[in-house]
Design a binder for this molecule. Structure first.
Ligand code: 5GP
Ligand code: ZN
Length: 114
């Protein structure tokens, strides 16, 4: 059995507040939201992060952007705009080493300052 937290969520072994699911991806609410709307999108198949994508596993993330688009529509944040973040590596703030996109919305964001 995988020891990866998000593999366990993908397998339904750990409960999550699910937003949307298809054959390859699951979207669920972050347990510790940092925005009015904060959802995580993960591929069901394990890859640690973007840096670990290879010729052999890159198909795991095929369709991830269009799934995120559908998630934003489902959440009702699509028209007003939203932010998508993929923390890649510990120094960039990644704490769970199963690739995930943070989808943040429901409010305004600054750029480049948060
Ligand atoms: P990272 O820091 O790796 O980019 O993001 C990991 C995210 O996973 C954090 O925002 C954290 O709040 C979230 N998280 C950690 N454990 C759980 C959990 O058990 N359930 C849910 N829904 N989110 C989690
Ligand atoms: Zn995993």
């Amino acid at each position: 059995m995988s020891e990866c937290l998000f593999c366990k969520i993908a397998a339904g072994e750990i409960p999550s507040n699910k937003v949307l699911e298809n054959e390859n991806f699951i979207a669920f609410h972050d347990i510790n939201p940092v925005a009015k709307v904060h959802v995580l999108v993960i591929p069901k198949k394990h890859v640690a992060n973007i840096a670990h994508l290879t010729d052999k596993n890159e198909s795991y993330v095929d369709g991830m952007l269009s799934f995120i688009r559908d998630v934003a529509k489902e959440l009702g944040i699509s028209a007003d705009g939203y932010r998508v973040i993929l923390n890649t590596g510990a120094k960039a703030g990644q704490t769970v080493f199963h690739l995930h996109a943070h989808v943040l919305g429901g409010q305004e964001f600054g750029w480049p300052d948060a």
